[in-house]
Design a protein around this ligand. Structure first.
Ligand SMILES: Cc1ncc(COP(=O)(O)O)c(C=O)c1O
Length: 377
């Protein structure tokens, strides 16, 4: 068969034909433990009944209408998401991808503040569209691809709070992943996020948490905002939100909501009924199956049992785990795949990134720990 696909993604040597729970199956029947969850998307694992039933029922009831047509399922999904967060957000705007949610968050920050400068963190990753890529560390040098960025961006250290003096009365927004994903499953931590909140309050700057990867329960808490106890002005989230059905959301505080006018944002597909039905189903499953507790318990088990073989430490939070390796993580990743375990790498060459489905159990971790212990390099 001729390959018409744009050759922009390096390919894992792992064709997948079907999947069940936390296991992937190749066309010839090989079974592989998925510790990467399709880039943090497959929160409920594969073949989840509640999620599948919700998708089918909504497809049969009405598969699509735009945001101009009121639909209960959209109202319910927004309410369920705000309640799931447990945070005082007032409005939700549904879109389709992480980058698109970030573009809209940027736009709202410019609108609310009337300013044009943005601050982002070193090693942060926010997407491939013009605004989201402009605030992504290293994008300009590697793959930005547009003639210029649409606004001014400065990057500050993710560990040293003295850099926060860069935030001034000219700064519209500070963008931060509470736990950086591509940056190496690196937890920014309470004190840094508190310092950011304080400086943003002093300067009237919007604090935006990009929780596209670390949100929706991945840390064992609804959002990084809950884990670290810091309330941002906006949260963007995606990936686990739809468990594989493309969708994302922008959650806005009262301060931001006040500035929303008709036509301020827009989308054709965002907030479609099928996306909203699966958002409800994802939250229902996380809550009714007590998956946050499972993430907290099993992620601790990973930390207790997987510091073996080439692994010398860990970082990150919950199921956004970084295993620190004393040899290049890529080498460990390849060796694990040869032992039927799929893992991820990251921007840090010595961090192996684990993003498993929230239904992972201790027995699955034992399989990983045993494989790691067999690696002798
Ligand atoms: C933290 C973060 N923000 C934004 C994005 C972009 O999301 P999408 O690929 O859905 O546009 C990603 C994707 O990996 C991400 O990890």
């Amino acid at each position: 068969m001729h390959d018409y696909l744009a050759p922009v993604f390096a390919q894992y040597p792992l064709p997948v034909a079907r999947a069940e729970g936390v296991w992937l199956y190749t066309p010839d029947g090989r079974r592989v433990l998925d510790m990467y969850g399709g880039h943090a998307v497959a929160a409920l694992g594969y073949g989840h009944k509640g999620w599948t039933d919700a998708l089918i029922a909504q497809a049969q009831a009405v598969n699509f209408q735009t945001n101009a047509v009121p639909m209960d399922v959209r109202l319910r999904a927004a309410e369920r998401l705000v309640k799931f967060s447990g945070l005082p957000f007032e409005r939700v705007f549904f879109v389709n991808s992480g980058a698109e949610a970030n573009e809209n968050a940027l736009k709202m920050a410019f609108t609310v503040t009337g300013r044009s400068e943005v601050i982002a963190l070193e090693q942060g990753w926010h997407g491939r569209t013009p605004g989201a890529a402009a605030i992504t560390w290293g994008a300009m040098e590697k793959w930005y691809g547009y003639p210029r960025t649409p606004f001014d961006v400065q990057f500050v250290s993710r560990t040293d709070t003295t850099g926060l003096a860069t935030i001034t009365e000219k700064t519209a927004a500070v963008f931060v992943e509470p736990v950086q994903g591509v940056g190496g499953a690196f937890d920014i931590g309470t004190s840094f996020l508190q310092a950011l909140r304080k400086r943003c309050d002093e300067t009237g700057t919007m604090l935006i948490f990009d929780e596209v990867q670390c949100g929706m329960g991945r840390t064992g808490h609804p959002f990084g905002a809950n884990l670290y106890g810091v309330m941002p002005d906006m949260i963007t989230t995606a990936k686990a939100l739809g468990n594989g059905f493309p969708c994302s959301a922008l959650l806005m505080s009262a301060k931001v909501s006040k500035a929303i006018k008709l036509d301020a944002m827009g989308t054709t597909f965002g907030g479609g009924p099928m996306a909203c039905a699966v958002i409800e189903a994802v939250i229902e499953a996380i809550e009714s199956e007590d998956l946050l507790a499972n993430v907290r318990r099993v992620s601790q088990y990973i930390r207790d049992t997987c510091i073996v073989g080439p692994v010398i430490g860990h970082q990150g939070a919950g199921f956004l785990t970084g295993l620190k390796t004393r040899v290049p993580a890529k080498q460990v990743q390849q060796a694990l795949l040869a032992q039927d375990i799929l893992t991820g790498t990251s921007g840090d060459p010595n961090v192996l990134r684990l993003l498993p489905p929230y239904v992972l159990k201790e027995a699955d971790v034992d399989f990983l720990a045993a494989a790691l212990a067999r690696l002798t390099f």
